[in-house]
Structures are given as C-alpha cells and as structure tokens.
Design a protein around this ligand. Structure first.
Ligand SMILES: [Zn+2]
Length: 217
C-alpha cells in the first residue's frame, strides 16, 4: 500500500494533468485515491495550479470524517464508490466537453469502438439527474456504474474509475474520445454499435488481462 504523503503528491499531479489535457476547466472536477480505509481527495473549489500536496484532505471511508482542508463537495460520491467497489483505487470526476454533451442529451454511450468497450464496459450509462452533492446523485451514479468503469451524470458530467490512478485517467480520455466519436458518427448518418455481448466479453478479457499490471502496489 502506498503511503499518504506519496498519494497526496500523486493526486496533486493528476489535478494538474487534468487541467493540461482539457478534461477539467477551472475548479470543476475532482480526483481521489484510496489508501487503505481512507481516501485522499482534492479540496473543495481547488485551484489545481496553486494546490500543494499538504493541502489535500484525507477522508475516513467508514465515518466520512476528514482531516485537513474541506474536501470536494462531491466527496460523498467518491466515498460511496470505494465502499461499493473494493477493486477500485482511484476515481476522477470531470465535466469534460464531449461527455457533457451526451450528459445534456441523456444519451448513453453505446459500444461503438473497441477501446471504449474494452476499458469502460459494454455501455456507459447516464445516471438520473439529481442536485449535485445530494444523496440522490450518489445513489443514481453508483447504480449507473454497476459493471462499468465510467458513467455519465445527467446534465452534469462524468465519473471514471480505475484500479490505479493512471487507469482512471485513461478511462477519462477514452470516454471523452468515445463521446466525441459518437456525436460525430451520429452526424454521419448514425453510429453503429458492436454487439453488446461481444463488447461485454472484450471488457472482461481486458479486466483479467491487465489485472496483473494494474495491481495496486
Ligand atoms: Zn461535478
């Protein structure tokens, strides 16, 4: 298991990468990593350029209590995912542009590309709308994530999971690329999906094949 100091620094660096890659704009978005029975999460209203590793809150997964500055207002979502999904060690929440377009239209992302199906699962569902920071949005999003590595959140954004922090970033990038391809393919006469069962098989093979290399250290 990684130590807290190392994890805080990894979360800080990931915040910067999300801004650099355009997945996060301004302070909208948050990152967390599980460390044992706790999670390190970006603080509320984080300015990623100015954040230091010392400014990262640590939240107890059982009680929800934290030490350090006030954690992101979306901390309850991160916490609920770790409690529901023991294999998940990192969560990234973004309001990335193409994912937001699908979230605004309440359109599920079908398995239109092999890499989308392998990494994210046989579809990326849209969680029902609820006000940000509420129990309802947490419940709806955790439900939409079942058997998946990503979900869209209606009229809001997206959440991506990873067995490592790197894998959660890859999920965000593949989701954003998949949403862009879907929107554009619809303009070209309609996106054509892969058979859903085959997409599910590809996802299972990916999870097993890469489970060794993604094993948390
Ligand atoms: Zn959000």
């Amino acid at each position: 298991m990684k130590d807290l100091g190392e994890t805080k620094e990894a979360v800080r660096r990931m915040g910067l990468r999300l801004v650099e890659t355009g997945l996060v704009v301004g302070t909208w978005g948050n990152v967390s990593v599980r460390v044992g029975d706790k999670m390190v999460v970006t603080p509320s209203g984080a300015d990623y350029g100015a954040l230091t590793a010392d400014a990262m809150p640590v939240v107890d997964l059982d009680s929800g209590e934290w030490t350090g500055p006030k954690p992101s207002s979306e901390r309850a979502l991160h916490r609920a995912i770790y409690l529901e999904r023991p294999e998940i060690h990192a969560v990234i929440h973004t309001h990335s542009p193409n994912a937001c377009t699908l979230a605004a239209a309440h359109r599920e992302l079908p398995p239109i590309l092999d890499d989308v199906a392998q990494l994210l699962g046989p579809s990326v569902r849209v969680a029902d709308y609820a006000l940000p920071g509420t129990k309802r949005i947490v419940r709806a999003t955790v439900k939409a994530l079942r058997g998946r590595m990503a979900a869209l959140m209606a009229n809001h954004g997206a959440v991506c999971l990873g067995r490592t922090l790197e894998e959660s970033l890859l999920c965000c990038q593949v989701l954003e690329k998949g949403c862009k391809a879907f929107i554009e393919a619809e303009f070209l006469g309609g996106a054509k999906g892969i058979n859903k069962f085959e997409a599910w098989v590809m996802h299972q093979v990916y999870l097993r094949k890469y489970s060794q290399q993604w094993e948390p250290k």
